[in-house]
Design a protein around this ligand. Structure first.
Ligand code: COA
Length: 702
């Protein structure tokens, strides 16, 4: 194996290369290598300029996130970056791929920056609950304006090379070979007699407006990044950059970083970072298994879901054929897709020619035989077993051998659907979330017949269409909807006990959910739940209060937003959500009629009942093997159900509360509420008794 950091000197220019696959994370080895290299170079009078670049697919893509758990081993970031910045001859960063986090901070401690056309610069630390801690908050506003620095770090979005050049972050974009261009740039500096241009010696840009700018952002962040501490810490660090000398500002940044790294917010977000990558590792798939190539996709059903799925593939350049039963369904569906793309064009996120090109990849058909060329066919019609079976019988006839047959069902038994075909090994559940071209989650549902390479392909497909694919075993509701059931059941039941919809949703939103569940039902259509429950009547709990409020709304024809009334009213100008005293009254009256005690549950009780029952169901899913890891459940909830990422997902959250606390509270609810719902799952009881956590349970199974 070669050195992690190496260098060679040609005609007075030293080219330093970091080679630390897969993403050149700036771990201890890289820091030590840079320290050694720049110390060596300091003593060489023949070196007139230094170019710093990376081997492999990217420039440094960040600190090594694992190191936050163990503590940063020496040499530290500040020490190494200071050494680079102190260099007596000009240092040029040559950036390709993604310079993220410590990568951008390293580039900022170089005196000049050049990049190839595809390079991107970003400081995504807030997505990990920390702030740039290697001088980024102090150096960035000395290179770009404070306003740009704020936007870059608050949004976490990487900036492409041309925009980076426009804001002064990049000095030149190199056409052709990056290192050749970077060396030529360095030679030119030497020829001009340009010396080092140390970032820390520059004044912060736009500091005169700092107070008003930071105050405005503080107000914004309090609303848009509720319950979070890292964005507020960022504003403090940037204030220091604007007001204090560099070294004092750096000290403020360090103190803030040290606190944030230990906090639950960062631990939760780091957990999700690794959990989102861990989901791809399925022990039952042998390493030798190769995914099947997917070059053409067929979709059955041009509805909202089918259209969104088609767009997900067209967005990555894969041709799609969409089948529906009637021309008018195709026309409506294609109109909707075009409308979605047009909105992206209006928003500026897509060029008109890109929209045309993507739309051009999606072809309509009324003829099932046209799906014969597809490598993957995804059925996305409404939830009806007989209809889905019919479709799968047809697909079995028209699909080419080896084609994968996916169903987007969210509730039906996929094994039963696959059994009508002659190839159940090729059948898999692909549960997208609406709107499918936007939502990042894909639940991949494996039946006991699904072939390992089909599963591997589904995981590959998820990554390619930029979604996170989580594998679940075939079982009612899979992971996400199964855990939604007790969560929403409790939310609903609180209405019979005297809470209003605003109180219930308010408690859930205060916790950090993107939306309260009752507002979600109003959005999705209140009738959806009761209609799926009707199919499973014989399996439902014997409880007259079970989702009684939903049933009442459906009886009244109050289906939510689309009818102007549901748990809330929307029948006002602008269709805004407003409280509906009549509905609340109706629920209380019904509670009285059913003999439900009027508990008037408070915020804390609402949250505990909803989330603890959800967590208990999660523990059952783990025992049943429906979910492979607690981390998988967390990924499902954080990416598909609006669970606050900064709490790490329900199972991570449970660990932070303590499983014993949850276990005891479940038993208390068993005494004071309907006892049929509150028996702690055996796994939860065991972990609580052992003083253990779901994270430890996951780790013990690797
Ligand atoms: N620290 C430690 N490990 C990291 C890492 C980091 N900063 N960035 C990536 N990795 C690991 C991943 O866990 C993954 O490991 P695995 O193969 O064992 O699962 C591997 O590197 C490849 O990463 P992956 O995300 O699968 O590759 P990609 O090509 O899809 O994306 C990046 C590459 C760099 C865009 C992406 O990994 C990323 O965003 N990394 C984090 C960047 C960041 O937040 N930096 C700031 C840190 S302070």
């Amino acid at each position: 194996m070669g050195e992690i950091v190496s260098y060679s000197v040609v005609d007075g220019v030293a080219v330093v290369t970091i080679d630390n696959p897969p993403v050149n994370a700036m771990d201890r080895g890289v820091r030590a290598g840079l320290q050694k290299t720049f110390s060596d170079l300091k003593g060489r009078s023949d070196v007139k300029a230094i170019v710093l670049g990376c081997a492999g697919r990217t420039f440094v893509a960040g600190a090594d996130i694992k190191e936050f758990d163990t503590g940063i081993a020496p040499p530290g970031f500040h020490e190494v970056l200071r050494l680079v910045e102190d260099s007596a001859c000009p240092v040029v960063a040559a950036v390709h791929g993604t310079a993220l986090g410590a990568g951008t901070e390293l580039a900022l401690s170089c005196h000049y920056r050049v990049a190839d056309k595809t390079a991107r610069f970003g400081l995504p630390e807030l997505s990990l609950g920390i702030i740039p801690g290697a001088g980024g908050t102090q150096r960035l506003p000395r290179v770009v304006t404070l306003a740009h620095a704020l936007d870059m770090i608050l949004s976490g979005k990487p900036v492409a090379a041309p925009a980076a050049r426009d804001m002064g972050l990049v000095d030149a974009i190199i056409d052709g070979d990056l290192m050749t261009g970077a060396v030529a740039f360095a030679r030119n500096l030497v020829a001009k007699g340009a010396g080092p241009r140390r970032t820390r010696e520059q004044p912060a840009k736009g500091a005169e407006n700092a107070d008003s700018l930071l105050e405005e952002k503080r107000k914004q962040v309090a609303k848009t990044m509720r319950n979070r501490q890292s964005p507020l810490a960022l504003l403090d660090a940037l204030k220091a950059a604007a007001r204090l000398p560099f070294d004092e500002g750096l000290k403020v940044e360090s103190d803030l970083s040290a606190k944030l790294e230990q906090a639950t917010e960062s631990r939760a977000l780091r957990h999700l970072f690794f959990a989102e990558r861990e989901v791809r590792k399925i022990p039952s798939i042998p390493a030798s298994v190769q995914p099947r190539p997917i070059t053409h996709v067929g979709i059955v059903g041009a509805g909202t879901m089918g259209g969104g799925i088609a767009m997900s593939f067209a967005n990555i350049g894969v041709p799609v054929t969409v089948l529906d039963a009637k021309q008018e369904f195709l026309d409506t569906g294609f109109g909707r897709m075009r409308g979605n793309y047009e909105r992206s064009v209006t928003r500026g996120s897509l060029k008109p020619e890109q929209a045309d090109q993507r739309m051009g990849l999606i072809k309509p058909t009324l003829d099932a035989a046209k799906l014969g060329e597809a490598d993957l066919i995804i059925e996305a019609v409404f939830e009806n077993m007989a209809l889905k079976k019919d479709i799968f019988r047809t697909l079995d006839k028209v699909a080419r051998p080896g084609a994968i047959l996916g169903t987007n069902t969210s509730t039906l038994d996929i094994g039963e659907i696959g059994a009508v075909t002659s190839r159940p090994q090729d059948v898999v559940g692909l549960h997208f979330f609406s709107p499918a071209h936007v939502m990042p989650l894909l639940e991949i549902v494996q039946t006991d017949k699904t072939a390992p390479d089909v599963l591997a392909t589904a995981l590959d497909v998820a990554k390619n269409i930029r979604k996170v694919g989580v594998v679940a075993k075939n079982s009612y509701g899979f992971i996400g909807n199964r855990m939604m059931d007790p969560y929403a059941r409790e939310a609903e039941h609180c209405l019979l006990e005297g809470a209003t919809p605003e109180q219930v949703d308010g408690a859930l939103q205060d916790f950090g959910m993107a939306m309260g569940i009752l507002a979600v039902f109003d959005l999705a259509g209140v009738e959806v739940g009761p209609s799926t429950r009707r199919e499973r009547r014989h399996l439902l709990p014997k409880d007259p209060g079970y989702y009684r409020c939903s049933d009442m709304l459906v009886e009244k024809g109050w289906f939510g937003q689309k009818t102007g009334r549901g748990y809330y009213r929307y029948d006002n100008p602008g269709h805004k959500r407003t409280p509906d005293a009549e509905a609340a009254e109706m629920f209380w009256e019904e509670g009285k009629r059913l003999g439900v005690a009027r508990r008037n549950p408070d915020r804390r009780e609402i949250q505990e009942r909803c989330f603890f029952s959800m967590i208990n169901e999660g523990a059952l899913l783990l025992e049943e093997g429906v979910a492979l890891r607690a981390g998988d459940i967390d990924v499902v909830y954080a990416s598909g159900y609006g669970f606050p990422r900064y709490r790490g997902g329900p199972m991570f959250y449970a660990d932070t509360i303590g499983l014993k606390v949850i276990h005891d509270r479940l038993l208390e609810f068993k005494r004071t509420l309907d006892p049929q719902y509150w028996t702690p799952a055996p796994l939860l009881a065991k972990l609580a008794a052992d003083g253990s956590t779901f994270a430890q349970w996951d780790a013990g199974r690797q």
